[in-house]
Design a protein around this ligand. Sequence first.
Ligand SMILES: C[S@@+](CC[C@H](N)C(=O)[O-])C[C@H]1O[C@@H](n2cnc3c(N)ncnc32)[C@H](O)[C@@H]1O
Length: 390
Amino acid sequence: MHTDIDLKTQYSHGVLPQTTSDEFARQEFVKSLKFHLASKVSVGNKDAFEARANPAFAKSAGHPAESYHDVRKAMADEPYFNFWSAMQRNSQEMMWKSVQMPVERQLPKLIEKSRQEGAGGTLRLNPELEIPRYHRAVDIHCMPGGYHTEFAEDDLANGAVYDRAVYIYAMGRMGPFNSDIGDTTIDYIKANYPDIKPRRILDMGCTVGHSTLSYLDAFPEAEVYAIDVGAPVLRYAHARAESLGKKVHFSQQNAENTDFPDGYFDLIVSHILVHETSSTAIRKIMAECNRLLSPGGLVVHAETPPYRDLPAYDAFMLDWDTRNNNEPFWGAAHEIVAKDIAAETGFDPDKAFEAYQPSAFDAAEAKRTKVFQGGDFGGGGAWWVWGARK
Ligand SMILES: C[S@@+](CC[C@H](N)C(=O)[O-])C[C@H]1O[C@@H](n2cnc3c(N)ncnc32)[C@H](O)[C@@H]1O
């Protein structure tokens, strides 16, 4: 049968936290556990649904499960699902711990290394920035402290934690730079909007720049800007980019309301930002994109697919994160209709789009499940892109 991807394949750079052999073994265990749950254990949920949960639901409701809400009700007391779900949640908590330990051990050294520059990029932080409530109220996807909490002076701990954790979470299926979402979005833009020749590009919600850096290679003539609300992730993003020789202008800003001038960008992108903001914030972000785009400019957001495109059972599995992984807006973000949001935020709805784009990172290499399910991020082998042209 298949083998999973070795964690040593993550590309090393100046601030990637190093692991002792014990720490590495712990991370490998967590990744293999996640892979086992996704590829072997999770499939049993469907058998349990078909053999027990759906017939019982049909008996009490008078019809078999039709919507993903029905499936959720049917599965609520199903022991197999509850067992898998508990394991899934545990693997998530184990993942953060396995990464926090090495980062904590070498934090002063990482902070020291982050002061080295090399590519001419910039970092502009704003200690006065109000962190949106949707990030303060929960530890998003169970990541202790979220993206913004600072544990030390000039802290970058949660950037380092995120960089390594994403590689474990996606089980290596986002490529050695964790850049699959950016690379895939670029493929979509080049195939569908070949006339776009951006002078300036903005990546919103960049975190540590996993997707951002791909835009430098794809559009070498463009200046690349990237924003996030979290200072620790931005410090890490800047240090990572500098060490990789990539010039990016990072700044700490809320994508709902930035300080860039009107019409400053020809291309605005985001990669799995939207599902981590509120329904109100999504609309404010799109309105801000409209203000920031030059005439003819393009905004593209990349996410996992909307529930309406999936069979009810698959939508239920993808919705696992909403209720079990501290992702309170995950569900609402999977109900987005691009045309509606475009119309509400000043874009021409006829210039809005939604599409599936196959993952840029080799699908065969990535051992994808082809099914979108909670905790199996990147396993579906495609990303859903939506947005509008101005
Ligand atoms: C899942 S991460 C994005 C990952 C990254 N784009 C990538 O491709 O690897 C979501 C990021 O969005 C940021 N974020 C959330 N709301 C934001 C907002 N209103 N303005 C700017 N950044 C925001 C978070 O701080 C977090 O770093």
